[in-house]
Design a protein around this ligand. Structure first.
Ligand SMILES: CC(=O)SCCNC(=O)CCNC(=O)[C@H](O)C(C)(C)COP(=O)(O)OP(=O)(O)OC[C@H]1O[C@@H](n2cnc3c(N)ncnc32)[C@H](O)[C@@H]1OP(=O)(O)O
Ligand SMILES: CC(=O)C(=O)O
Length: 528
């Protein structure tokens, strides 16, 4: 049975760009407890008022089977634990479990702590004896254990012995600098497991060599039964062990049982990962194994063709096992299978023989700068048109003027736009203005032209607008651009694409596709 200690709220917040309010910390602790994480390290109460406040707020919170853990360090040199403010703050958090970081590398003892090797051993033993006497379970975080072991094996093992004499029940071996290799971790962990029978041995790897997951798995194979990491791998420098990759590896690949986190619970993994990113105000990693949007996204035509026949051909685990979904991407690397699968998602059945024309057009447009991979609404419209479906309007032309008031520099610039749009048999010629720029003015003019015929477009809002220069085009301001636009209405979101050497034309194409998609989707889909 493997015990997971989540340190997202402590070591995770030591990562660059990771900052959590105490509200965020409470919410994340609740979510992790509902997921079944047995130990949640909430922070260092002696470090800052926010962490102290978090532990005070958590006193009234029921986390079920989950136990909250306070973090701290061994007593300062020359002090009794009873007189050490940091040790007292750990106790003041009133958690049943504490994790204590202690030095195990002789170099660190003399260089960073600036104490003798003997004093460090006393600091460990006395701190733990005191914490245990106060009713705490003590997890010993052996900082730099692997580097320490390689430098001075005898001393590194002596620090563990001091921890055991003090009453620690878990010896967690930390790869603090994150540079160890899996074979070293496996060998050293095995030696420690054999040297301390009956004690729980743990692993706390960092990801500086991008080996944290491999190192955790190596340690577990060598006998470690306690694993420390963070959701999404947040943490100091390159991050901590990513639990969102490690937990499914332990359960699905090694068939191990995890305390509190069952196979069924694993189906919440993607949601937990995105919840924590949302709380931390960080964009989810597209390519995150198991939980990322791309983790089960198939793009190559050959892959899609095979996946549609049997998903195991290109998927190492079923996406639903971790709460993710399979996605088929449409691009210039597509075959007819991609297109057919994408159309089927939208409820449109097309025989494989008639998908050739659509495939050809997709490849031509992608060559011209379009990207349908993330612009599923534009792809849908393209398919609709090629299958003889009518579009609700036709854009016939547009013009844009920018006005700047040179003699009144305090007056903002403003844009004026006109559009000509054919709706049914009627040609509308309308104008719009905006102080927010030419795309906004075009939008005002366009809505004016179309809204009398389709009042529902008044409910549609723009949520995102991205423009980027097309790769491979190094022609300065005359380079082609691609514009991606996201729109929403009543909880539904869709994305469109436009590409051109003229940024306004690309914008207007993506914008009008966005409105057309909403109107076309509202009509019944004609079937072949
Ligand atoms: C591997 C890890 O992730 S360990 C956790 C690291 N996390 C953090 O440091 C975040 C929270 N830290 C803090 O808020 C502050 O650093 C505090 C409150 C802990 C200490 O602040 P300060 O008292 O101003 O000390 P400062 O941060 O400058 O230096 C750290 C001190 O801790 C000492 N120290 C380091 N490790 C240990 C240890 N295991 N046991 C005892 N003392 C330690 C250092 O020797 C140094 O002492 P010195 O001031 O006598 O030189
Ligand atoms: C304790 C800890 O966070 C480390 O050694 O990395």
């Amino acid at each position: 049975m493997i015990e997971i200690l989540d340190t997202t709220l402590r070591d995770g917040t030591q990562g660059q760009a990771v900052s959590l309010s105490s509200d965020d910390k409470v919410a994340i602790a609740r979510r992790l407890a509902a997921f079944g994480v047995p130990l949640i390290e909430g922070g260092w109460p002696g470090s800052n008022p926010k962490d102290a406040e978090f532990f005070a707020r958590m006193k009234g919170v029921d986390l079920g089977q989950t136990r909250l853990v306070a973090f701290g360090s061994t007593r300062r040199k020359g002090l009794r634990p009873q007189d050490d403010a940091s040790v007292q703050a750990m106790l003041g958090a009133h958690t049943p479990v504490v994790t204590v970081v202690a030095k195990s590398w002789d170099f660190h003892v003399t260089e960073a702590l600036e104490v003798s090797l003997e004093e460090n051993l006393r600091m460990i033993e006395e701190t733990y004896r005191y914490l245990v006497s106060q009713g705490r379970r003590v997890i010993h975080d052996a900082e730099h254990f692997f580097d320490g072991f390689k430098a001075n094996r005898g001393y590194a093992l002596a620090t563990l012995e001091a921890a055991v004499r003090g009453g620690a029940d878990t010896l967690c071996l930390c790869d603090t600098n994150g540079g160890s290799l899996p074979e070293e971790v496996a060998e050293i962990t095995r030696i420690v497991v054999e040297a301390f029978p009956g004690l729980r041995i743990g692993i706390h790897p960092h990801n500086d060599g991008e080996l944290a997951v491999a190192n955790a798995l190596a340690a577990v194979r060598a006998g470690a039964t306690h694993v420390q990491g963070t959701i999404n791998g947040y943490g100091e420098r390159c991050g901590n062990l990513n639990l969102t990759s490690t937990i499914p590896n332990l359960i699905l690949k090694y068939g191990l049982e995890l305390e509190g986190i069952s196979r069924e619970k694993l189906s919440e993994l993607r949601e937990v990962s995105h919840y924590v990113d949302e709380r931390a105000n960080l964009t989810p990693n597209l390519r995150a194994p198991y939980v990322g949007d791309a983790a089960f996204a198939h793009k190559g035509g050959i892959h899609v063709s095979a996946v549609l026949k049997n998903p195991r051909t290109y998927e190492h685990v079923p996406p639903e096992a971790v709460g993710n979904t399979r996605r088929v991407l449409v691009s210039d690397l597509s075959g007819r299978s991609n297109l057919l699968a994408k159309l089927a998602e939208a409820g449109v059945q097309v025989p494989k023989e008639t998908a050739g024309a659509l495939l050809e057009e997709v490849k031509q447009l992608e060559h011209a700068g379009y990207s349908f991979e993330g612009a599923e609404a534009s792809f849908y419209l393209l398919a609709h048109r090629l299958r003889g479906g009518k579009l609700p309007f036709e854009l016939m032309g547009f013009s844009v003027f920018m006005h700047a008031n040179d003699d009144r520099p305090d007056t903002p610039t403003w844009a004026e736009a006109t559009v000509r749009v054919k709706v049914g048999e009627s040609v509308q010629h309308t104008a719009g203005e905006s102080k927010f720029g030419p795309v906004s003015a075009l939008d005002v003019a366009f809505r004016k032209a179309v809204q009398a015929f389709y009042p529902e477009i008044g409910e549609i809002e723009l949520s995102d607008y991205k423009m980027r220069i097309l790769s491979g085009q190094e022609s300065g301001t005359s380079s082609g651009v691609r514009v991606m636009i996201e729109m929403h209405r009543a909880g539904e979101r869709w994305t469109t694409v436009g590409a051109s050497r003229n940024s306004l034309e690309a914008s207007l194409k993506a914008l009008t596709d966005g409105y057309a998609y909403a109107l076309v989707k509202a009509q019944p889909v004609p079937q072949d």
